[in-house]
Design a protein. Structure first.
Length: 215
């Protein structure tokens, strides 16, 4: 195939256009990168200030909402070991709302401290078989009769995973009573025990024990 002068000029023009396009592309990329670098350099102090502000906000958040660190003592002392013969025959799950407050007078908005504590507790009752002695046993006509000791409450405690402080209001000048939650928890345990007693937990525990031991 023969190429005339006109075709040669067309090919040459095409190559020149391609070369110019490639060069223009690299020039644009270089200018863009230079512009971005200049912008980053100009915004560098502002970015540093923003990062410092974010770091300060994080530190303030940690100060306002600190995460408690629990460090148990590695040394454990076992003060007592007892053998038990308890027959647990009933368990109550009780929920109680406790309000603990102090300084709720005229100036409560300044010095008051009020807490609403939602308590979830467990009460377990049954018979202490260890209290059965020879005097509680008798045989008549080949039948053994056992007089069971009265039912009693073995456990009345809070479920710490389910119990929580629902709300707390402190006055503007009050730092809050440090042991108010402790007092609320103690009162909650007493109330949970009392509620179970009023509902007849001991009578039901006695009945359950008799039904269990009768066979």
């Amino acid at each position: 195939m023969f190429y005339n002068e006109s075709m040669k000029q067309n090919w040459f023009s095409l190559i020149v256009l391609i070369a110019v396009g490639v060069a223009a592309y690299f020039i644009v990329q270089t200018v863009r990168e230079s512009t971005q670098a200049a912008a980053n350099a100009a915004l560098g102090p502002f970015n540093q200030v923003q990062q410092a502000n974010e770091g300060l906000q994080t530190q303030v958040a940690v100060l306002l909402n600190p995460t408690p660190t629990i460090i148990p003592d590695p040394v454990t002392y076992i003060s007592e070991v007892r053998a038990l013969a308890r027959l647990e025959t009933i368990q109550y799950s009780v929920e109680k709302v406790i309000t603990a407050e102090i300084g709720q007078g005229t100036f409560n908005f300044l010095f008051g401290d009020k807490m609403i504590f939602v308590a979830h507790g467990v009460v377990i009752a049954g018979i202490d078989m260890e209290k059965i002695g020879p005097e509680h046993l008798r045989i008549e006509n080949g039948v053994l009769y056992v007089t069971l000791p009265p039912a009693e409450i073995f456990v009345a405690t809070l479920d710490n995973q389910k119990s929580y402080v629902y709300d707390r209001e402190t006055g503007f000048l009050s730092k809050g009573v440090q042991d108010l939650e402790t007092l609320a928890r103690q009162s909650a345990e007493d109330e949970i025990r009392r509620a179970a007693l009023e509902d007849g937990i001991l009578q039901q525990a006695q009945t359950n024990a008799e039904n269990y031991l009768y066979p």
